[in-house]
Design a binder for this molecule. Sequence first.
Ligand code: MN
Length: 295
Amino acid sequence: MKKTTAQLEKYRAKRDFTKTKEPSGARQVLPAEHRRFVIQKHAASHLHWDLRLELDGVFKSWAVTKGPSVDPADKRLAVEVEDHPLDYGVFEGTIPKGEYGGGTVQMWDRGLWAPQGSKTPEDAIAAGDFKFVLAGERLKGSWVLVRIRNNRGRDTRTNWLLIKHKDEYAQPGGTAALIAEDRSVASGRTMDQIARGVGKAPQPFMLAKAESAGAVWHSNRSEDKPLAAKPAAIAAKSLATLPDFIEPQLAKLVDRPPAGPGWAHEIKFDGYRVQLRVHSGKAKIRTRSGLDWTD
Ligand code: MN
């Protein structure tokens, strides 16, 4: 049995594919240059946002009950759910009432992701401390998923917290407006339009041309035509964006140096401190306040 087939056993067991239009995972996809992610807004019995990160041939999935927050002060509950097939990354529509997860599904965000830190993403997930960067249409920058303890063993679910790291994409106070966004990034449709089955069909970004993002989806169904990978290409660009300037730490005058293993000490010489930045083969020297001193 193929690894992904075994990984999707739970997913398939919960669903009757003669009743739901959700993908069964039968469609094949070639590896892309970067891993893809989607967030699906899902009006099931409780409204939630499903975060799905491509890893080892499936989507690792978490149901974020209140939706992601771009405020680093917030910790959002993210309930681990079963791995989903990669062809779920093009699904937008309504799961019939009475079926598992019955309700409307909207493609709320999509793009590319990459792990952060020295661990492999598999090891980071196993360790319960999983850092990654998102390059989506709505969500960008650095995030962490932290596994938390179960509620005295009564809770059979595995719960995590989804937290935005402080970076240039953090927006304290910006979450309410973000969560209020009710347009699909794939079709532009609202939840209501999707539920009524009106409006444009979604543009499935995972059925992409090889030359644009290296993401090719080979379908065994003739109605699935490849479409341009514009969002993936945009995301790939922003994933590789070097920050414009990193403010250096400054020395602080204290009576005695702090002790402990977390500290190293160096003599502070008088003079100029500069930052050397190399981007696309070009070097730039900047002062600590960001002035360009290259010439
Ligand atoms: Mn869901």
